[in-house]
Design a protein around this ligand. Sequence first.
Ligand SMILES: [Zn+2]
Length: 113
Amino acid sequence: MSLPPCPQCRSEFTYADQMMMICPECGHEWNPEDKSDDDTPNILDANGALIVDGDKVYIAKDLKLKGSSSVIKIGTKATVRRVLDKADHQLDCKVDGAGEIMITAKFVKRVSD
Ligand SMILES: [Zn+2]
């Protein structure tokens, strides 16, 4: 299971202490359940898992590309470059074999490592 990076310094060496996340690099402590105070959009995948910048995901259903006949097949892997705070197409993804595409978060599943 991977922990979210520090929202303050982006350190990946964070750890969980009960309900709190702690960053040993800058000392920032935060509650990942607390949706109110951070500026990162809370974008959830098809399983309700939080997606953050840099996450690896796979496509959870066949997606037709707007304005083309191409389809991104279910199971295709993608890397989330940026999570945007909008109603849909929140994920700026780099999709294997298809390039950079905006994808709606509920159509992907996060790859847990
Ligand atoms: Zn930090």
